[in-house]
Design a protein around this ligand. Structure first.
Ligand SMILES: Nc1ncnc2c1ncn2[C@@H]1O[C@H](COP(=O)(O)OP(=O)(O)OP(=O)(O)O)[C@@H](O)[C@H]1O
Ligand SMILES: [Mg+2]
Length: 113
């Protein structure tokens, strides 16, 4: 089981979700509006927001916990669709997940995803 955590440009969300719908065995997605900064910080970009002393850029975060077999397909889909080639396209992190517990059924591990 791996968690795929992807930070993308908000305007790419619809197309990324459409691409992910076609991945067989996709169990679910959590989507959050977030803000943050990369290596170059936020610099006078149009989508910059101020929070206290600092400027951030608005992004969307996708979180998916999936079986190992579909990790590459999910990552490739997100990267292909989220790409513009400009700084700020975002990042995809792949994280090992040690367990999943489904609250309703008390299933554990791979079958709980
Ligand atoms: N190492 C990181 N850890 C956590 N969040 C990150 C990290 N790098 C980037 N992010 C998040 O991803 C968003 C987009 O990052 P961004 O694509 O600008 O990264 P970058 O390293 O600056 O690359 P680029 O040179 O393409 O701009 C940031 O606003 C931040 O929310
Ligand atoms: Mg950047």
């Amino acid at each position: 089981m791996k968690e795929i955590k992807a930070i993308i440009r908000p305007f790419k969300l619809d197309d990324v979700i459409t691409a992910l719908y076609s991945v067989d065995g996709l169990p679910g997605i959590t989507i959050s509006k977030i803000h943050g900064f990369g290596k170059s910080k936020a610099k006078n970009s149009e989508d910059e927001i101020r929070d206290g002393l600092h400027a951030f850029v608005e992004k969307v975060k996708l979180e998916l916990v999936v079986h190992n077999e579909i990790v590459d397909e999910v990552v490739d889909s997100i990267q292909r669709i989220a790409y513009t080639g400009n700084p700020g396209d975002g990042k995809i992190f792949v994280i090992e997940v040690s367990n999943t517990i489904k609250i309703r059924t008390n299933e554990r591990g791979e079958k709980a995803i």
